[in-house]
Write a protein that binds this ligand. Structure first.
Ligand SMILES: [Zn+2]
Length: 252
């Protein structure tokens, strides 16, 4: 039976898991828009001891692909610090966005920069690279780019997180996306199961509760079923319990 949960506040992940009926939680270890290092929750011991599975989401500011070394170098440091902290918390993986290069840059620079990350960083737990909805010259919006990224990362043990909102808004058809992703990466480690407020191909990243956006909820269920990976809803909080219950009913 696939495990299902939610992205929750870092203050009380286990309390929020219980409120939502979540078997999996994902949270940040600090300000997702900031450069400060990770901080473990006060309840870290309880989190380690619990049977709730934990994933950590790295800050959004991280962009290890960029040619700008004033962003790339601190990004690498922040990613490494988060990986260590997530491992200390017993997390199953660290989710990080694919990032992007400047609009006039050759995307190969970004793929090469990603390779350097794994050449230099020990990974006690898997890094899960997540597809993004938009971003100019993104590394992991379209599958042709993800294929080039995986070519660059050949030989390293790198995981993949598929976000349904990002795939839809990014212009990738959900009907066969799992097969197409697995043909490239060989794996999907985690599903970010979100509806999208915006249209197919819009490039916008605004999540909605399941059935409240522009994606057919049965198509979302089909993606989850095909992927067979743990599921985290990153939807507006008040509807998360219902989103989890809906998925459990359909996938049970
Ligand atoms: Zn996501």
């Amino acid at each position: 039976m696939v495990r299902i949960g939610a992205h929750v506040d870092q203050d009380d992940p286990l309390g929020q898991a219980a409120e939502r009926g979540a078997e999996v939680v994902q949270f940040f270890l600090g300000d997702p828009q900031g450069w400060k290092g990770p901080v473990l929750p006060a309840t870290a011991d309880a989190i380690r001891a619990s049977d709730v599975d934990v994933y950590i989401h790295a800050p959004y500011v991280i962009n290890v692909a960029t040619a700008n070394n004033r962003i790339r170098i601190p990004s690498r440091k922040l990613l490494a610090a988060h990986l260590e902290a997530a491992a200390a918390l017993g997390a199953k993986g660290l989710v990080v966005h694919g990032g992007h290069v400047g609009k006039d840059d050759d995307p190969q620079v970004g793929f090469d920069n990603w390779r350097k990350v794994f050449e230099r960083m020990e990974c006690p737990i898997p890094v899960l690279i997540e597809n993004t909805a938009g971003g100019g010259n993104a590394m992991a919006r379209k599958l042709d780019r993800i294929a080039r990224l995986w070519d660059a990362l050949d030989g390293f043990d790198v995981g993949f997180c598929l976000d349904t909102c990002h795939a839809h808004a990014g212009g990738e058809d959900l009907a066969d996306v799992v097969d197409r992703v697995k043909a490239i990466t060989g794996r999907i480690d985690l599903i970010h199961c979100n509806d999208s407020r915006d249209a197919f191909g819009s490039g916008a990243d605004r999540h909605a509760n399941l059935g409240k956006g522009t994606i057919d909820p049965e198509l979302i269920v089909a993606v989850c079923r095909a992927a067979g990976a743990p599921i985290v809803v990153e939807t507006p909080g008040p509807g998360q319990a219902a989103d989890i219950a809906f998925l459990r009913e359909r996938l049970g």
